[in-house]
Design a binder for this molecule. Structure first.
Ligand SMILES: Nc1ccn([C@@H]2O[C@H](COP(=O)(O)OP(=O)(O)OC[C@H](O)CO)[C@@H](O)[C@H]2O)c(=O)n1
Length: 356
């Protein structure tokens, strides 16, 4: 059995596969459960393209700004080969260092890469995109059609499944002009929680308190209420839910600096709902995984940006009734995430159909 599809009792991580092994791996998966596969989606994160020479992160990790577009191209080709039903990019499509005069042209070029799939690709806001372009323009260009013009939304690719995409930068100093209520709310939070003049610095903050940095953000009370409604509505429809956000939602998947500011409030809502299967995020530029005490899988997806030239970093998820098979190529890890065998509460309409 390929490492990509090897299952464990606990549903924890396995290694990744090289691109050339990917097709064979999927063949192995379909031999054991083709009839149960419901749909599949491509996964990728933090392309963070910029038309500038290679550089490095704050911590000295190499960043391949131009190479990321080639890796994006190969990733979309991989999605096409796998015939995924749709793609997901977990935020930070353009890097903050991209010269602003060319940001719009760059965004068009990156969108053209995703368009090669010929199927929907869903995006979410990351900090780096907000360094480049106004929020409203990003929403329009990335097809983010949120509630009341916002950047959070949901969609249902299968009658039994719903995706909820959160805007982790709704309460943020990024992307809103000074004086905007959400900018001011974020500024107050940073002033209270981060003692530094440079609010990007978590220096001296400990554990999850490190999340109060300028390059983080949170979700508003209104968005939390919307999330609660989405989960309840999905439950009434007999749907399982996958929640996506650029910022990770579980403290065991990342260092404190990368967590959503009000991750605890959001987690409580997800854990109380009873129909959330998994969360997916980006931002940390690494693979990570945690299984929480209520059985929700929390998966964070590695960044294309820090993938060396010629290497790959993309994957796809095959969704089955009893599991999510996450196949990662090369620099992205593969995971099998078992799902609770209990069906989500069925809606009266589905029960009625069954009794016919
Ligand atoms: N300890 C730190 C970390 C970062 N900064 C500065 O904050 C800005 C954003 O950082 P950057 O690494 O570019 O953000 P990403 O979204 O790409 O990555 C998130 C995680 O860091 C990945 O591990 C930038 O100006 C940094 O220099 C800082 O001051 N102090």
């Amino acid at each position: 059995m390929s490492a990509a599809v090897a299952a464990t009792e606990t549903g924890t991580a396995h290694g990744s596969i090289r691109r050339e092994e990917a097709q064979a791996s999927v063949g192995a998966t379909t031999n054991t459960g083709a009839c149960n596969k419901l749909f599949s989606f491509g996964i990728m994160s933090d392309v963070q393209y910029a038309d500038i020479p290679d550089g490095h992160s704050f911590h000295g990790i190499p960043r391949y700004y131009r190479g990321s577009k080639h890796a994006l191209h190969r990733g979309v080709t991989g999605w096409i080969d796998q015939d995924v039903d749709f793609g997901m990019h977990f935020g930070d499509l353009i890097d903050g260092y991209q010269p602003k005069s060319e940001s719009r042209a760059v965004l068009q070029a990156l969108k053209a890469e995703f368009a090669r799939l010929g199927k929907p690709v869903y995006h979410m806001l990351g900090n780096h995109c907000l360094y480049n372009l106004p929020r409203e323009e990003l929403n329009t260009q990335l097809g983010i059609s949120g509630v009341d013009g916002g950047s959070y939304y949901s969609f249902s690719p299968h009658p039994r499944w719903r995706f909820v995409v959160l805007d982790g930068y709704e309460v943020s100093v990024l992307g809103w002009p000074a004086g905007h209520p959400l900018h001011e709310q974020a500024k107050r939070i940073l002033d209270e929680r981060n003692p530094h003049e440079n609010k990007n610095s978590p220096e001296g903050l400990v554990g999850v308190a490190r999340r109060f940095v300028r390059f983080g953000g949170g979700v508003s009370a209104q968005q939390v209420a919307w999330l609660q409604h989405q989960l309840a509505d999905a439950k009434a429809e007999g749907q399982r839910v996958i929640v996506c956000c650029h910022l990770p939602l579980h403290p065991d998947t990342c260092l404190g600096t990368c967590l959503l500011w009000n991750y605890d409030e959001v987690l409580k809502v997800l854990q109380g709902a009873g129909n959330v299967a998994a969360t997916f995020a980006g931002h940390i530029h690494d693979d990570a995984y945690a299984l929480d005490e209520t059985g929700i899988h929390h998966r964070v997806v590695n960044a294309i940006l820090e993938t060396p030239p010629g290497r790959d970093c993309y994957g796809w998820v095959d969704v089955y009734q009893d599991r999510l098979e996450c196949t990662g190529v090369d620099n992205m890890q593969s995971y099998t995430l078992p799902l609770n065998s209990q069906p989500v509460v069925e809606s009266s309409s589905l029960l009625a159909q069954r009794s016919l």
